[in-house]
Design a protein around this ligand. Structure first.
Ligand code: FES
Length: 365
C-alpha cells in the first residue's frame, strides 16, 4: 500500500560533519560559494519534502548539523543526498550518522484512564514539527524480553510512561518506527524549549518499569533549530547569513505546491510549504488551504473529515473534533481556542499556488 493511501510518511535524520581543516583553508570566496550552493541545493527540495535544519556545532564532536526530512517516498532522500554530494560543499561533508524511519500508529492505547486524553505524539502518522528551539534525537531499541511480555503487561508500562510524560507538557514527542529499514527499532525525537525540562523528563523515565527493557538509547543528540544560512555560518569561515534571502515560502510568498490533478476530490492533500505543512482541500469546485497543524493540539487536519455547514465547507479535526471553516479557518465548534491558519490560493495553468495571508505575513515579519 503506498503512502498516498495510508497517509504514512517516511522520516530521515541525516547528521553531517564538515571537514573543517580542509574547508577553512579554502579562499573565502570559495567558502562562501560552497555555502551558497549548498543552501540553494537543499532549498531546491522544499517542494518534495518537509525539511528542517538544526545545528550541533560545539555540542557533539562527531556531528555539525542535522537535516530532519519528511517525505512520501524514500527516493526523495536519496536524490537529496546525491544533490548535496554534487554541491560545492559536498566534498567537505561526511554523513556521520543517519536514521531512517516511518510513521505508524501506536499498538497501545495511548490515553490515560483518568482523563481519556490521547497523547498526540504517539498517534500521528504524519509528522507535524512544532517551532521549538531544540530537538533531542536518539535511536531506540527494546530488549527481546519486551516482546515476550503480554500486551497487557506492556500496556501497563506504556501507560506509566505516558503519565510521566504528562508532567512535562512543553516537551513534545515524535516517535517513528525503523523495524526492518534501519538498525534501530525506533527513532525518538523530542521537541522542547528547555534543556533542563528534558533532563528531568529522561531522569524520571529511568525509574519507570519500561526502562528495564531498553537495550539501546544512544547516541543522544541535542540540536538547535536554525535556518540553513544560520547553520552554514555556525560552521565557521566566510559568512552568508546577510546575503541569503529568506526562502520564498518562509517569506510567505506565492509558491506552486501541487498540480490540480493531484488533489483528491472532497479530500485533502498535505504539501510542504517552507517549515510548515499545508492541507489542501478540493471541494465544491474550489481549492482551500489550511495549516495542517490543528491549533488545538497539533492534530493533522489533512486527515480530518469534510462537513457542509452554514458557513460553507468545513473540516473536522480527527483528534478532538474541532470544526474549522475551510474558507476562513474560523473555529465553528469544538475545543480549539484559536482559529486555523488559512492560506491564499490561486490556480494557474493547472498548478495550485499558495501564499500566506497578509495578516499572517505581518505577524511573521
Ligand atoms: S488536535 Fe484537538 S481538536 Fe484538533
Amino acid at each position: 500500500m503506498d503512502a498516498e493511501k495510508t497517509g504514512r510518511q517516511l522520516v530521515k535524520y541525516t547528521f553531517y560533519k564538515l571537514d573543517t581543516a580542509a574547508f577553512l583553508r579554502l579562499p573565502e570566496t570559495r567558502q562562501r560559494d560552497a555555502k551558497l550552493d549548498f543552501i540553494a541545493t537543499v532549498r531546491g527540495f522544499n517542494r518534495r519534502m518537509l525539511l528542517r535544519s538544526y545545528c550541533l556545532v560545539g555540542l557533539r564532536r562527531d556531528v555539525d548539523f542535522l537535516l530532519w526530512t519528511v517525505a512520501e517516498e524514500v527516493e526523495a532522500f536519496q536524490q537529496l543526498e546525491t544533490a548535496i554530494r554534487n554541491s560545492a560543499l559536498g566534498p567537505y561533508l561526511t554523513v556521520s550518522r543517519s536514521f531512517l524511519a516511518g510513521t505508524k500508529r501506536s499498538l497501545y492505547d495511548i490515553s490515560l484512564p483518568e482523563d481519556g486524553q490521547h497523547d498526540p505524539g504517539e498517534e500521528r502518522i504524519r509528522i507535524e514539527p512544532g517551532d521549538s528551539r531544540y530537538l533531542f534525537v536518539y535511536p531506540f531499541i527494546k530488549t527481546r524480553a519486551w516482546y515476550a511480555l503480554s500486551h497487557e503487561e506492556r500496556q501497563e508500562m506504556i501507560t506509566e510512561h505516558i503519565r510521566i510524560g504528562r508532567r512535562y507538557p512543553e516537551i513534545r514527542l515524535n516517535t517513528t518506527y525503523s523495524y526492518g529499514i534501519d538498525d534501530q527499532e525506533f527513532v525518538v525525537a523530542f521537541e522542547g524549549d528547555n534543556l533542563h525540562d528534558f533532563v528531568d523528563l529522561v531522569n524520571d523515565l529511568r525509574f519507570s518499569a519500561a526502562s528495564m527493557y531498553t537495550q539501546v538509547d544512544t547516541p543522544m543528540h541535542v540540536a538547535i533549530a536554525m535556518s540553513l544560512p544560520e547553520v552554514m555560518d555556525a560552521l565557521g569561515g566566510a559568512t552568508v547569513g546577510e546575503v541569503v534571502e529568506e526562502d520564498s515560502a518562509e517569506r510567505g510568498d506565492w509558491v506552486p505546491v501541487a498540480a490540480v490533478d493531484e488533489l483528491p476530490q472532497d479530500a485533502a492533500l498535505c504539501v510542504p510549504y517552507g517549515r510548515q505543512q499545508v492541507a489542501l482541500f478540493r471541494t465544491n469546485g474550489h481549492v482551500y488551504a489550511l495549516n495542517n497543524r490543528c491549533p488545538h493540539a497539533r492534530g493533522p487536519l489533512c486527515e480530518g473529515t469534510l462537513r457542509p455547514t452554514d458557513d460553507g465547507p468545513a473540516v473536522l479535526c480527527p483528534w478532538h473534533e474541532a470544526l474549522f471553516s475551510l474558507e476562513t479557518g474560523k473555529t465553528l465548534s469544538g475545543p480549539s481556542p484559536r482559529d486555523a491558519e488559512t492560506f491564499q490560493v490561486r490556480v494557474e495553468d493547472g498548478m495550485v499556488y499558495i501564499a500566506r495571508s497578509a495578516q499572517e505575513k505581518q505577524q511573521h515579519e
